[in-house]
Design a protein around this ligand. Structure first.
Ligand SMILES: [Mg+2]
Length: 195
């Protein structure tokens, strides 16, 4: 379906519910982050919690980069606080900044994760750049009209995303039960022929 290009690989409540160590074990080495409403509320300074989060990333061994459509003034001050490289005026969903960010981190698309709160800019761009995309629930519900409208459309896409997941899970469960049943039947058959 055409909506799939907006689907994240994973949808989480916040950056703090991302299982970082698991992704590192899976071979991921670089993470790109949107800032506003992903790491902190729109326009807010870095919190201690956010600073600690970046220290944790560093400790695990991740490279990271901030990638924001916001202006230099805003992005630079946040990046300085968490001590991270950054790209401002990124023009997401255009893929150029995603590729530039990978160059900064020294990673390729198979080992890079993108984390952001918007489907039509963040996730869409990450998917176009062939990265693993994680959508986080936005931190601040108070937003400009433009974004509110986009959220509305995002909800429509998320509805199909969640429904697809349920359908897929149901199908997998059915297949599993079928396999299990045929295995049991084979076992029973063996028993009866052995007698
Ligand atoms: Mg954002």
């Amino acid at each position: 379906m055409f909506l799939e290009k907006f689907y994240p690989k994973k949808y989480v409540r916040s950056i703090y519910s991302i299982n970082l160590k698991k992704y590192y074990k899976m071979g991921y080495r670089g993470i790109l982050f949107d800032i506003d409403n992903t790491l902190v509320p729109h326009g807010a300074a870095a919190t201690d919690k956010a600073i600690n989060f970046f220290n944790k990333l560093r400790k695990i061994g991740f490279k990271f980069c901030l990638i924001s459509n916001n202006k230099e003034e805003r992005v630079k001050s946040f990046a300085t606080a968490v001590d991270a490289p950054y790209i401002c005026d990124a023009h997401k969903p255009a893929t150029k900044s995603y590729i530039d960010a990978m160059e900064i981190m020294g990673t390729d698309m198979e080992e890079t994760i993108f984390v952001g709160d918007q489907l039509f800019t963040d996730v869409f761009g990450g998917n176009r750049a062939n990265m693993y995309t994680i959508l986080v629930r936005q931190i601040n519900p108070k937003e400009e009209f433009q974004i509110v409208l986009k959220r509305y459309l995002e909800k429509v896409v998320l509805f199909f995303y969640v429904r697809r997941d349920r359908k897929k899970l149901r199908k997998e469960k059915k297949q599993y039960n079928k396999r299990r049943l045929s295995l049991l039947m084979k076992k029973n058959k063996k028993k009866t022929t052995a007698k």
